[in-house]
Design a protein around this ligand. Structure first.
Ligand SMILES: [Zn+2]
Length: 73
């Protein structure tokens, strides 16, 4: 188990050792995942930020950038 900073909120989150761990029940309440977005960019996001991405369309790097903005609409 290692940790990595979320590209959205800059929080350090734990990441599992491999893709096999990702979906196992050993996955804790906090964590993150590496996403490949519609525009081809890769971003590591914590689950909170994944939740905040738009779900009515494919998220892009601009949506990840928007996660950094402290004041939410
Ligand atoms: Zn985050």
């Amino acid at each position: 188990m290692t940790s990595r900073r979320c590209d959205g909120c800059d929080t350090k989150v734990k990441i599992a050792g491999g893709i096999g761990d990702l979906w196992s029940r050993s996955w804790g309440p906090t964590g993150g995942m590496l996403l490949e977005l519609a525009d081809g960019s890769d971003h590591f996001l914590c689950l909170d930020c994944v939740d905040r991405l738009p779900d009515d369309r494919e998220p892009t790097a601009a949506d990840v950038d928007a996660l950094r903005v402290p004041d939410e609409e």
